[in-house]
Write a protein that binds this ligand. Sequence first.
Ligand code: ADP
Length: 393
Amino acid sequence: MNILVINTGSSSLKYQLLDMDEHVLLASGVMERIGETQGVLTHKNFSKGKEHKTKKELPIQNHQEAMHLMAGLITKKIDAVGHRVVQGGEAFQSATLINEDVKNAVQKNNPLAPLHNPPNLIGIQLAEDLFPGKPQVAVFDTNFHQTMPEKAYLYALPYEYYTSYKIRRYGFHGTSHKYVANKTAQLMGKKPEEVNLITLHLGNGCSICAVKKGECQDTSMGMTPLAGVMMGTRSGDLDPAIFGYLMNNTGMTQLEIDEVLNKKSGLKGICGLNDLRDIHEKSAQGDKLAKLAVEMFAYQIKKYIGAYAAVLGHVDGLVFTAGVGENDEIVRAKALTDMSVFGIELDLDKNDIRSPEPRTIHGANSRLQVWVVPTNEELQIATETCQVLKKTI
Ligand code: ADP
């Protein structure tokens, strides 16, 4: 069965076509800067181990045009479509076959994810028009975190804010956390329900998750993806009083402060750069703020590991994933320095090895296993899409 996985952003469309019987990638692509004067289309078809790449700069007026371009470039049949949807709220505990009720529920969650859910919904509607009769499945970023207990997902606000406004921790990157947690258990020779893991999705956006016997117990992102550890451009956790203080003392509007917290904070806020490759380069040249940004980032990751070790009681392993987690040995080493109290000891030589393969980086005396496992959200979405179709069709 060939599953087309679609991830529609506000100005982008990412997709992959996967053959789930043969376990091969058939096509993948990205369309960027949709709606701007000049867009970029990158498409790859894979056949018999060979890659055929198309890259074009052209105006892509809207998502409809992007989807038509995609459909024209894909040469293989499509049996079903799996959609990444960011915010499922409390309505969805798992991936779901899309019907009118599901679309209405996604729309209802728009206020909770105003930047993400509306384009996700557009992607669903366009795919329905483009591939009539093909089943469509929604896989929500929030699904995996729905197992969190009340004590972990509630904020200490008046309780009616939860009941009336749905203010609570939802967590994000769930598809990635689930994928690497299951994959790591498998690599350890165990079932997901036999291990407790702390999964660290560290990319431009970062989130950390305490996974007990395959189920999320707590996660660092909150009602929105702004919370938790500092990120490329997002602040992460703050004293909530800072928001009002900034409004009262700087003359910035709520929208302007939102923009600062989402786009001008985190690593970028401290040192002016958000890509750690650039930050390390600047740091090596002696830039104090670049050094400080890395120290702060690693320190915050370390604090979450300590907190989640306490939440889990017993931890079998840590799993690093995503752009930084998979590639940045400096951040991993700094975050895991002096952690022997938790039974964590890194093998610095293993940590320094770059590889696209899953691997361990802990020392011989480490009680906990430390893994680097490349994430594959598209494969997870395709897998869950197949599971839903097997159950419902
Ligand atoms: P997202 O999907 O959240 O946009 P990614 O998971 O692709 O982000 O991660 C992007 C980030 O990963 C970059 O901003 C950079 O900081 C980091 N990164 C990617 N490759 C490397 C590398 N080789 N070394 C260090 N950091 C890297």
